[in-house]
Design a protein around this ligand. Sequence first.
Ligand SMILES: [Mn+2]
Length: 336
Amino acid sequence: VASQTRHRIEISSEQAELFSRRFGNGQNILISTHISPDGDAIASLLGVAEIVRSLKSRAICCLQNTPPDRYDFLLGFDQIVTPVDLKDCPFSAALIVDCGNLNRIGEVEKLISGIEIIGNIDHHADNQNFGSWNLLCPKAASTTEILYELANSFNLPFHEGLATCFYTGLFTDTGGFRYSNTDANALRIGAELASKGVDVNGVAVSVYGRNPESAVRMIGEAIHSLETYSNGTVAMMTVLVPENGEEVENLVDYAANIKGIRAAALFRVGENEVRVSLRGRDNINVASVARHFGGGGHPKAAGFTGREDIEKLRMDVLAALTKEIESHNYKSVNQS
Ligand SMILES: [Mn+2]
């Protein structure tokens, strides 16, 4: 399957100049995005605030609700406010990013009702064109891709924090460079941003590797068996797999990606056997655990097939994983 490569987004000098005239030069700018913000929304919010500040204006980022803390590594995250924090704040202009419809900013809409200049920067194909100034690029993989090109058109000096904002929006809106909007251009821009000092693995781990346990348990309504043990360091799930039953790829990762988990096991119970997938985090070696049960694999991803009673198998695996974790705890205590 050949994937079509988009052309690079071009910001005309007229558009760039209009942006700087309307939102630069000592103004107070209110910045917002849609409710239930995703990675691109929050990264665009914080990224455009940084652009505006570079153009010597003051920027306040306001969301209806406190944003999810999986994005707490982004520049300026701690300064995001909610409407209750903003009584009598005079704003000369507003900027709405990554939001196709003005009523999707929720309570923040009241704050901008008296503001005449509204900028609208977005990549949603169904954007309502609600701004007095609109920069809409439906072909952009993320809104941060548009902002990156906008920043380039100003020749803004790039620092790692700004590059990380732009990269994070691109990374999350492409599902970690996997969705259909991933193409040569998205990867090229990702590479350009990475070369500016973005910790690309750090972004991936922060966004996808810090799931709250509660969120995983909601997915577990389908999985419906998640259990954690040993002070929240081991997670185990059990599913019944009918003969020739459908496999879920990397299902064990739902357990392995819980914050604080250092080892995870998925038990797939079939007619005559139990197939066990193991995941290790940090320095935990699950391959050695798998070998103990007659299986094998990589240090962080391994497995084996068991034929014992499922309850006994679960307790034996839990004991082995806990022992593996404790051996590392013991070592680190003695090293310090
Ligand atoms: Mn987006």
